[in-house]
Design a protein around this ligand. Sequence first.
Ligand SMILES: [Zn+2]
Length: 82
Amino acid sequence: MNEIHNTYGIYQGKTVILNSRITCPRCGYQQDDLMPIDACVYFYECHQCQAILKPLPGHCCVYCSYGTVACPPIQAGTSCCS
Ligand SMILES: [Zn+2]
């Protein structure tokens, strides 16, 4: 059983998923995390190897680059923190 129970929130009138599973590009560790609904997370420390993850070029936050679910503004169809 590896089921993810989604947590939802409302961003600019749209329902968005708030939980994302980040996969560390360095060690492969997967961490379930809850995203802030109105802020981008630019730095994220891997819970296993302590690598500091940063978004890939063109991405606004680490969830867009390494998470299973993009950040709330992207889900709502808006760009964020440009
Ligand atoms: Zn790691």
